[in-house]
Design a binder for this molecule. Structure first.
Ligand code: DC
Length: 211
């Protein structure tokens, strides 16, 4: 069984994917981490994330990079969004995601193009979203919890810039796939969002079983 979870930055899709993984006992892949690893590798190599050849060269990153805490930063998220517009970068990361998706027993993947490109035949597809203000508020709270001094206006601007880039790129832009269910987490607690996601997945699985 494959479950595809897509959505914009800070929508809560990662939290929901991990909770679905625990509920259905399936392994999860946060595909954003792959793009983040490419973004961080370009930076470390002194390359230009907007130059396709530099970004492609960074796709041969070491797996150990996926464990680096720096990958989770806002700055690296933005680099990831920039390298992800290049078609050759996307192609270089496809095989790895499809191998994960097709492992025996199934898998959950979260990202931007899981239900549209990576696993269009997924058994269940959820598109997670939330208002820009709520997403910025979540990032703000995370920043405070980590002892930082986040600025709400720049968080809003960053999220809007990332949405625009991820949704308007030529290759595999972020969009809701046909057959996906929308889950708006703006007014939901994490627990409520997870319960709603489980209900949507169960309903989709049941629908597929019906003749
Ligand atoms: O999910 P995230 O914020 O960690 O993703 C970082 C960036 O990576 C995102 O802005 C666009 C890119 N990305 C992508 O293009 N396709 C995916 N499946 C996952 C992430």
């Amino acid at each position: 069984m494959i479950i595809a979870v897509d959505g914009p930055a800070a929508s809560g899709k990662g939290t929901i994917a991990r909770a679905l993984g625990r509920h259905y006992a399936l392994p999860c892949l946060d595909t954003g981490l792959l793009y983040r690893a490419v973004g961080l590798s370009v930076l470390k190599a002194g390359g230009d994330p907007d130059r396709e050849s530099d970004a492609l060269a960074a796709c041969t990153f070491q797996d150990s990079l996926l464990d680096e805490p720096a990958l989770r930063s806002e700055a690296v998220g933005s680099l990831a969004s920039r390298v992800s517009i290049h078609q050759s970068v996307r192609e270089a990361l496809v095989a790895r995601q499809r191998v994960f998706a097709s492992q025996p027993g199934g898998a959950i993947l979260d990202g931007r193009d899981i239900a549209t490109v990576i696993a269009p035949d997924a058994d269940a597809k959820i598109f997670v979203t939330a208002s820009v203000h709520i997403r910025a508020q979540r990032r703000f709270s995370d920043g405070i919890a980590q002892g930082g001094h986040p600025d709400m206006d720049s968080l809003i601007a960053d999220i809007q810039a990332r949405d625009t880039r991820d949704m308007s790129r030529d290759h595999a832009p972020l969009r809701m796939a046909e057959g996906a269910d929308l889950l708006d987490t703006s007014d939901l607690t994490i627990e409520q969002a997870v319960q709603r996601a489980i209900a949507l997945v169960d309903a989709q699985l049941e629908g597929r079983l019906r003749p």
